[in-house]
Design a protein around this ligand. Sequence first.
Ligand SMILES: O=P(O)(O)OC[C@H]1O[C@H](O)[C@H](O)[C@@H](O)[C@@H]1O
Ligand SMILES: [Fe+2]
Length: 206
Amino acid sequence: MPMREPGICRVDVEKGELSGASNRYTRTMADLAGLYADGSAYKAVLAELGDTVVYEVTDFKPSADAGDMIIGVTRMIPGRVGDEYFLTRGHIHANANRPEMYYGEAGYGLMLLESPAGEIRTVEIGPRSLCYVPPYWIHRSVNVGTTELVMTFAYPADSGQDYDIIAKAGGMRSRIVDDGRGGWKAVDNESYRFRSKELVESIMGR
Ligand SMILES: O=P(O)(O)OC[C@H]1O[C@H](O)[C@H](O)[C@@H](O)[C@@H]1O
Ligand SMILES: [Fe+2]
């Protein structure tokens, strides 16, 4: 790996972005088709939100070299599709043994994690909490609050993202929905299909 220059990027919590970021990517509701259980509620929210950015990522990627690191900020608006809270697409790292960390800056969120074998974990993230996403866990963030969720993150530069792992299983095993008292609860995703033992083993070998 070559020598690189040190850098500084500022986290703008108000704007929910990394000032001076080298990359930005945004997702609108149209980009999130098929993720939510309630199809008619999805159509209604899609019509209401139009081109509104549901979540965006600004990051600083010095390189994609093994041993290097990507740092950035993610911002997600609050809302629900039916009773299901707004979420990110979610992924496992293409190099599955790479971890990630998320640090809460503003708002209240949840990291929904699933092991390849289908175990579920939920980790609540508020301001000043640091969430550890271990190697091999599929992860997705969910805004369970009433304000924008802003988090800083860092992960190894050669992690990569594999989105198919969720799509092929019919989604993640749990959905995060309104509990009717202003909070959240995890419910079973009716469309979920467990991965085969062979597939789980091959993911664990990545
Ligand atoms: O990749 P998505 O599931 O759309 O989630 C959006 C983003 O979430 C986090 O902030 C990760 O660190 C990003 O690498 C990821 O791209
Ligand atoms: Fe990740």
